[in-house]
Design a protein around this ligand. Sequence first.
Ligand code: SAM
Length: 282
Amino acid sequence: MMSDEPVVAVGDKADAKARVLSMFTEMAPTYGAGADLFDVFGRALVDAAAIQPGELVLDLACGRGACLRPASQAVGVGGHVVGLDLSPRMVELTADELRRDEVANAEVRVGDAEHLDFADESFDVLTCGFGVFFFPQPAASIEARRVLRAGGRFAASTFTDTLLDYPWLPEVIEEIGLPNEMRTRSGQTAPLLKADGLSQILSDVGFERVAITSSEHRFVFPDVDGYLLWVRSHAFGALLSRLSERDLRRFRDGCERRLRDHEAADGYELVKRVHLTVAHCP
Ligand SMILES: C[S@@+](CC[C@H](N)C(=O)[O-])C[C@H]1O[C@@H](n2cnc3c(N)ncnc32)[C@H](O)[C@@H]1O
């Protein structure tokens, strides 16, 4: 049975892809800058995939390299990692960083997870950090299976709830009364594909031994502005950049009120748990 969980897409497939592309192209320069959340869970995903020295890895939806970088360390000098992302801006910025840091065993390319431009059985491992819910499924999972060798692994992270940070964030948006167009643009109005839905899709397309584990981590924002910096650096950021000064102040006030419930000795804490799904190619 196929999962009936919708992917993030609102509207038709081409529209949804264009929206995702435009959102991440805008976010690319500051993506993830406000907290090390993507890096922490990128490392956790690479650990879950048990990447070995010498392996060939494809990192789907590589963004700014949260999984690509630890994967390149795991494969070592004898291995190679290819990062693929829909957004040319993400790819350009990540390529600049790889050159700057003289990472010789990794490269990045523009591409679409739905149509992979690689021969059958090209890779030992596919990783995908917080990307599967943007892909048309099951097409992307079928492609993933096609480019993996027999015995290869597919590893993907997904959110345990519908959002990247505090569950009240949509409430604040609601309070401001944002126009619908802006909310759909942020990709937050449709339920996201989660681990159980992904696991079902992977089994349906022929993956075996699909296992879901959790990874939990505590993040701390030093103050309200530190939190807002983080919000600006992920998917919600594209939405905030369109708010008027007045609405931005209302957004800040709404966050400040709710953040008090998360006060700790070192700032406002966010304990985030994500799911890591690993599946094997027969
Ligand atoms: C939430 S970010 C995750 C980036 C990175 N993997 C990480 O863990 O930080 C999602 C990424 O998926 C990319 N993306 C969305 N749809 C895609 C598709 N169909 N093919 C390839 N990349 C896609 C976006 O451009 C964006 O960089």
